[in-house]
Design a protein around this ligand. Structure first.
Ligand code: NAD
Length: 451
C-alpha cells in the first residue's frame, strides 16, 4: 500500500471521495468547475441519504414508461417533470405518475427545459438511440446524474463523449442493461469466472425472435397530431415522416439505431464480457442481410458476427422472424469450456459436463423471482447518495456498446476489421473509421465529440 495514504489513515477510495466531495461542494456553491452550466440550486454534489430524489423523464415511450413505473416503486423518488415530443406519450406518463403520486408533473417537449431546472437531480433517458448522447452529455454538464437506456449511442465516438462527460463532471451514470443486476445472471457469471468450466475458448450469444417481425412498407405521410417531428429527428438527417421510422420501429433504421445487433446484442454481449473480462476484441467479422422480411426497414434480419479475442472466440447471431435458436432456445448465451458448457438465459442456467469430466455434475439452476430491472434502478438510486460507480457505469457501458457497434461496422464496410482499442480506431481502414462517428444535423452539436 502507498505509505503516505497509510500514514494518513485513509484508503485511496476515502481520499478520492474527500477530494470529490470537496470539489462537489464548490460546484454546489455555484462556481464554474463544471463549465458554468450548473443551474444555481442544483444538488450537483449528490442527494442526501434522506432526501427526495427528483428525476426528469426524457422519452416516455415503451421503455420510458416501464422505467417510470419501476422508479416510482421507490418511495423517495418523485418526477417533477416529464419530457416527450409526442403529446400522447406525455399523457401516458402523467397517467402513470398519477397512479403512484398525488402531484402532477409538468410536461415539456424540449429536454433542455428539464436540464434548466434546479429541482431535477437526475434524468432518465428513454429516447431512441440517436437521442441518447446529447441529453446525457448536457445533463452531466448541468450537474445532473443520468440513467440512460441501452445501447449507449448509435456510434462509438458518441459513447466516448458520454463517458468523457460523466468523468469530467463527476456524474453517476448508469446504462439500462438490467441483467447485470439479476441474481441468477450474476451466479452464472461467477461460475464461469470460477474456472470450473475449464478453459473457455468459445462464447456464443444469440437472439432468434418471431415476435419482432415484418414491419411492412407504409407510405410516407404526416406525423401524428401533437408530435414535434423535427425534435424527434434531432441530430439525425431530415427525412419525410414514415410510420416505421418512428416509435419502436426506429430500431431497424441506421439513422436512429443499429438493428438487433445492438438492440439485443448489447444485452447479451454485456453478459458475455462480464464473465470473460475487459480485454477488447482484436478482429471482427460480420455477415448478414435482409433475407426474411420484404419491408422498408434497413438493418439485417439475419446476422452473424465473429469476434476474435486474445484467448477466445465470441459469436453473436440473430435471426428475426423465427424463434428456434441454438439448443432449441430462442435466445441466450453459452460458454463452452473443455470441462463443461454453461447455457444461460432469463429462465436460469445449466451446466452440461463433458464426457471426460463427469465429476462435474450436469445441473440446472432455475432463475429466481427477482426483477433485475428494479434492482438495477435501486442500484442507481443508491449510487446517487453514495456517489459510488453503479454496476453498469459508463466505462462498462461504453465498452460493451462499442463491441456491439463494431459488429455493425464490420458488416457495413463489408470486410473484417482490426480494432485498436487504445486509439479507438480501426486499423488501416478509412471507410470503417468513418463509421465510428455520426454527423449531427445542424444546429445540434455534441460536446466532447471527437472522431
Ligand atoms: N433495457 C431494456 O431492456 C430496453 C427495452 C426496450 C427498449 N430499450 C431502449 O429504450 C430506448 C427507447 O426504446 P422504446 O422501445 O421505448 O422506444 P419508443 O419509440 O417507444 O420510445 C421513445 C420515446 O422517446 C420519445 N422521444 C424521441 N425524441 C425525443 C426527444 N428529443 N425528447 C424527448 N422525447 C423524445 C419518443 O416520442 C418516444 O415516446 C431505446 O434506446 C431502446 O434500446 C431498452
Amino acid at each position: 500500500m502507498n505509505s503516505k495514504m497509510h500514514i494518513e489513515g485513509f484508503s485511496a477510495n476515502t481520499l478520492a471521495r474527500r477530494r470529490f466531495l470537496a470539489r462537489s461542494a464548490i460546484v454546489a456553491a455555484g462556481t464554474s468547475i463544471l463549465g458554468g452550466l450548473v443551474v444555481p440550486g442544483t444538488r450537483a454534489a449528490g442527494v442526501g441519504a434522506n432526501d427526495k430524489i427528483r428525476i426528469g423523464l426524457i422519452g416516455a415511450g415503451f421503455k420510458g414508461q416501464q422505467n417510470l413505473g419501476n422508479f416510482l416503486l421507490n418511495p423517495e423518488v418523485d418526477f417533477p417533470v416529464i419530457c416527450d415530443v409526442d403529446d400522447a406519450h406525455l399523457a401516458k406518463g402523467i397517467e402513470l405518475v398519477g397512479k403512484h403520486r398525488s402531484k402532477k408533473p409538468d410536461t415539456v417537449k424540449d429536454f433542455r427545459r428539464v436540464l434548466d431546472r434546479a429541482d431535477v437531480d437526475a434524468v432518465l433517458v428513454g429516447t431512441p438511440d440517436h437521442w441518447h448522447a446529447l441529453p446525457t452529455v448536457l445533463a452531466c454538464q448541468a450537474g445532473k446524474d443520468v440513467y440512460v437506456e441501452k445501447p449507449l449511442a448509435t456510434s462509438i465516438a458518441e459513447g466516448r463523449a458520454m463517458l468523457t462527460a460523466a468523468q469530467k463532471h463527476q456524474r453517476v451514470v448508469q446504462m439500462g442493461t438490467q441483467w447485470r443486476s439479476g441474481k441468477h445472471w450474476a451466479d452464472a457469471v461467477e461460475f464461469v469466472k470460477s474456472g470450473q468450466l475449464g478453459t473457455v475458448g468459445l462464447v456464443r450469444g444469440w437472439a432468434y425472435h418471431d415476435w419482432l417481425g415484418n414491419v411492412g412498407n407504409p407510405p410516407d405521410g404526416n406525423p401524428p397530431p401533437g408530435v414535434d417531428y423535427d425534435m424527434w429527428l434531432g441530430p439525425a438527417p431530415k427525412r419525410p415522416f414514415n410510420p416505421n421510422r418512428f416509435h419502436f420501429n426506429f430500431r431497424w433504421f441506421w439513422d436512429y439505431a443499429g438493428g438487433a445487433m445492438t438492440d439485443w446484442g448489447v444485452h447479451l454481449i454485456n453478459i458475455m464480457l462480464w464473465a470473460m473480462g475487459s480485454e477488447p476484441p482484436k478482429t471482427i467479422s460480420s455477415k448478414g442481410g435482409k433475407f426474411v422480411f420484404k419491408d422498408n426497414s434497413e438493418t439485417p434480419d439475419t446476422q452473424v458476427t465473429v469476434y476474435e479475442f486474445p484467448t477466445y472466440t465470441m459469436i453473436w447471431e440473430h435471426k428475426l422472424g423465427g424463434s428456434v435458436g441454438p439448443n432449441g432456445r430462442s435466445w441466450g448465451v453459452s460458454f463452452s469450456g473443455n470441462h463443461a458448457t454453461l447455457n444461460l438465459n432469463d429462465k436460469g442456467w445449466e451446466i452440461l459436463a463433458e464426457r471426460k469430466h463427469e465429476t462435474l455434475e450436469s445441473k440446472i439452476f432455475p432463475a429466481g423471482t427477482d426483477d433485475p430491472r428494479r434492482t438495477h434502478i435501486r442500484n442507481f438510486l443508491d449510487c446517487l447518495k453514495s456517489r459510488q460507480a453503479p454496476v453498469e457505469n459508463l466505462e462498462v457501458g461504453h465498452f460493451v456498446s462499442s463491441v456491439a457497434l463494431l459488429g455493425n461496422i464490420a458488416l457495413r464496410c463489408g470486410h473484417d476489421i482490426t480494432w485498436d482499442a487504445k486509439a479507438e480506431k480501426i486499423v488501416g481502414n478509412p471507410d470503417a473509421n468513418r463509421l465510428l462517428g455520426v454527423e449531427y444535423r445542424q444546429p445540434w452539436k455534441l460536446p466532447y465529440y471527437k472522431v
